[in-house]
Ligand binder design. Structure first.
Ligand SMILES: Nc1ncnc2c1ncn2[C@@H]1O[C@H](COP(=O)(O)OP(=O)(O)OP(=O)(O)O)[C@@H](O)[C@H]1O
Ligand SMILES: [Mg+2]
Length: 428
């Protein structure tokens, strides 16, 4: 409430108003004392005139430095020498001037006294008013404007801009001392809002990247389903058909999980559904899918597994692991096709190394371009592919690292080997 009614501008106007009121009151008081003075003079003149008031009084003056100085009424400049025969006394008192230059000397020292106090009061009142006005102006220019500048500075725009805004007629709410705090509060809340906006923007950007990744995964997932569909059409054996239908179901579930992942991210929650996966099952799944794909594309495909680890398990988010591995296999297929080799070849090996499952994906392509070697896991880094988004390698790394594993590679002009390392499940 106080903040609302008290402002620097209002304070300045109040001081100015008070000073002006004081001036008016002073003028009134002086007028009263002047009237009193006049009355006293009049009574003296009447006294000196033997009880009659002459009707040609022009004004009252005092003798000073040989001249009559006007104190009341309009007096012509009178040289004391010219009227000395009419001065009754020694010229140190008050005179009354008449039309006919008749001058009466007032013996009564009261005149001088009133006159002096009158002058002094006028001087004091004017001085006081000037001082008050001066200080209020000072307050306005140095304090109020400084506060405005400070507010402007804190808000981040210069005085020049403020002036510009004012000239353009835009109102800038400036509220002085008491509202500096609320100004700072406002700036703070602006900052919070900005921070929230940045957070939202970061989230949206992350969402954009995730969208790209998930769409990529979904595209791969659907490609797998398509392969199963093709195999299903060709399959004669009932048990084979059943297996393919099951794989298609799994593929659909994978896609659903990916979409769910995306929705979870948007909602701010993240589900981690880990499962125990046998190495053998992983091997079989990859074999079925990529053998068929390789056959379709005329690429030699080989997948092998160290039998000692066939029954071993990994405790992972299977969809992510499959997705990561598929991206790397997909890259290998794309590379050998693009290289236009007479004997394109992709091979996968599953083996154990220091308590970890190592899955090697090798191709006999041209190798990773030198300029990409250090950036291959950076999202959106792609080269030599018309439809490449640069997502696959980055996603693979991210997904495998989320399972406490890691991805690395070796590359040369004779081909590339990607290694996916995932710890075996500790429960075995
Ligand atoms: N096995 C590989 N042999 C040679 N180059 C590779 C191999 N794997 C990846 N690359 C190179 O690394 C780049 C980045 O691969 P990444 O999988 O991240 O993206 P992409 O395959 O181009 O696009 P996306 O995977 O999004 O479809 C590829 O464009 C390619 O140039
Ligand atoms: Mg790729």
């Amino acid at each position: 409430m106080l903040k609302k009614h008290f402002s620097a501008k209002g304070f300045y106007i109040s001081i100015l108003f008070a000073a002006m009121l004081f001036l008016v009151l002073q003028i009134y008081a002086l007028h009263r004392s002047r009237m009193e003075y006049g009355r006293l003079l009049t009574s003296v003149i009447v006294q000196m005139h033997n009880g009659d008031m002459p009707d040609d009084v022009l004004g009252i003056g005092t003798l000073k430095d040989g001249h009559v100085q006007a104190q009341w009424g309009i007096l012509p400049r009178i040289d004391a020498g010219d009227v000395k025969d009419r001065i009754v006394s020694d010229g140190a008192g008050t005179v009354a001037v008449f039309a006919g230059h008749a001058i009466y000397f007032a013996n009564d020292g009261q005149f001088s006294k009133i006159n002096e106090s009158y002058r002094f009061q006028v001087f004091l009142s004017i001085l006081f008013c000037l001082v008050v006005m001066w200080f209020s102006l000072l307050f306005y220019f140095f304090v109020y404007r400084s506060v405005r500048k400070l507010e402007g500075w804190v808000k981040g725009y210069s005085g020049k801009k403020q002036r510009k805004k004012k000239m353009s007629g835009r109102q800038i709410p400036i509220h002085g001392f008491t509202q500096i705090i609320s100004g700072i509060e406002k700036i703070y809340s602006d900052l919070i809002n900005t921070e929230k906006a940045v957070e939202r923007k970061t989230k949206l950007e992350a969402l954009g990247v995730l969208f790209a990744k998930v769409l990529h995964d979904i595209k791969n997932g659907l490609a797998s389903i398509k392969i199963y569909q093709y195999l299903l059409r060709e399959a004669k054996d009932e048990s084979k058909r059943k297996e393919l239908i099951r794989k298609m179901d799994d593929g659909m579930s994978d896609v659903t999980v990916m979409i769910q992942d995306l929705l979870d991210f948007v909602r701010g929650s993240k589900s981690t559904l880990k499962e125990i996966v046998r190495v053998k099952d992983l091997y079989n799944g990859l074999k079925t899918e990529y053998q068929a794909k390789a056959n379709m594309e005329g690429i030699k495909f080989d997948i092998s597994m160290d039998d000692a680890i066939a029954e071993k398990c990994i405790h992972v988010e299977l969809v992510r692991v499959i997705t990561a591995v598929k991206h790397l296999i997909q890259n290998a297929f794309e590379e050998v096709k693009a290289a236009g080799l007479p004997n394109p070849e992709v091979s996968i090996l599953l083996k154990a190394e220091s308590g970890n499952l190592v899955l090697e994906i090798a191709d006999n392509g041209r190798g990773i371009p030198d300029e990409l070697v250090d950036r291959i896991f950076t999202p959106f880094v792609s080269e030599g592919k018309e439809t490449g988004n640069g997502i696959g390698a980055a996603v693979s790394k991210e997904y495998i690292e989320a399972q406490n594993g890691h991805v690395d590679f070796e590359t040369s002009k004779a081909g590339t080997v990607f290694r996916v390392t995932i710890p075996f499940s500790v429960s075995q």
